[in-house]
Design a protein around this ligand. Structure first.
Ligand code: GLU
Ligand code: ZN
Length: 298
């Protein structure tokens, strides 16, 4: 039997199939891949298809096809969150039965004045689960962690977040719950993802603590912003990753991550670029912030 890759590092890329992959997702896929492969670690792909109404038809297949044409090879079978509902339900029921989570019947309109920080109206109401959102009680505590790129990050859960939803009123499980359970279930040791998720991390740390799960290491990549400060993404027209652009876009993504592929790689294949990247990866070179000139997006 051939030796398995090191279980000391298991990374992942976890796309949401609400649209195609764009340049920002390529940067996240590439960084998580290289961070894993540079130490002989595993790299998993998990499809975060928790929200069927917001899923774009064909997006899952398009994402996998784009990953393949950009040279990415993942370990094992891809996991879909839509197949994990039983695991989420079990934990949710246990949190509810222990009084750590409760049912909330507040309407969107009622909560509007509170800017996303839940005021606790239903905390002691004892509603039953039916036709209600389920919220996790948060402690009046500050959580902090050291991110490999962003440095120390602190957030007071009670004051800055409030009791947060782990299952929506329509029955859909929330990202915060699913991501924590799946990362633990898949043995993820290192999370490399966009800095838009930095302020979700303390909620995830709290869930890990509550459930007795091991805390992974975190590396939050710089958000790629427009010169006007707007984030790249669906609101901005960022083009899908075209297969015939793999080499130039991988080179651009490597440079965005502070790596320095030489001009001899200008015509390299995606596989060659990923191999070069795995050998030369230096996470310390990743910049904390990144602004792309508009022209570079096209
Ligand atoms: N599915 C999330 C996204 O596409 C990423 C989740 C994560 O990496 O924790 O933004
Ligand atoms: Zn409520």
């Amino acid at each position: 039997m051939t030796a398995k890759t090191s279980p000391a590092y298991i990374g992942r890329f976890a796309p949401t199939p609400s649209g195609h992959l764009h340049f920002g997702s390529l940067v996240a896929a590439l960084a998580s891949y290289l961070d894993a492969r540079s130490v002989g670690g595993q790299w998993l792909v998990r499809m975060e298809d928790l929200d069927p109404p917001r899923e774009e038809p064909g997006a899952q297949a398009a994402i996998l096809k784009a990953l393949e044409s950009y040279g990415f090879e993942w370990d094992g079978e891809m996991v879909r969150q839509s197949e994990r509902h039983a695991a989420y339900a079990e934990v949710l029921d246990s949190l509810f039965n222990h009084g750590l989570a409760y049912a909330c019947t507040c309407s969107r309109k009622q909560l509007e004045p509170y800017h996303g920080i839940y005021p606790g109206f239903c905390r002691n109401a004892g509603h039953d689960q039916q036709d209600a959102a389920i919220r996790l009680r948060v402690p009046e505590l500050e959580y902090h962690f050291i991110d490999r790129v962003q440095g120390e990050f602190r957030q007071h859960l009670g004051r800055d977040v409030g009791d947060f939803v782990i299952r929506r009123r329509d029955g859909l499980y929330a990202y915060q719950l699913a991501v924590v359970l799946d990362d633990a279930w898949q043995g993820i040791t290192d999370i490399v993802r966009g800095a838009d998720l930095l302020d979700s991390t303390p909620r995830q740390l709290y869930l890990q603590e509550l459930l007795g799960l091991k805390q992974p290491r975190y590396l939050h990549l710089p958000l790629i912003t427009q010169p006007d400060g707007n984030k790249l993404g669906k609101s901005y027209r960022s083009p899908p990753l075209e297969a015939d652009q793999a080499t130039p876009l991988l080179l651009r993504a490597l440079r965005a991550l502070g790596q320095k592929p030489g001009s001899e790689l200008a015509c390299a294949s995606p596989h060659e670029l990923l191999a070069w990247g795995s050998t030369h990866w230096d996470a310390d070179k990743i910049p904390r912030t990144l602004t792309l000139p508009e022209a570079q997006l096209q």
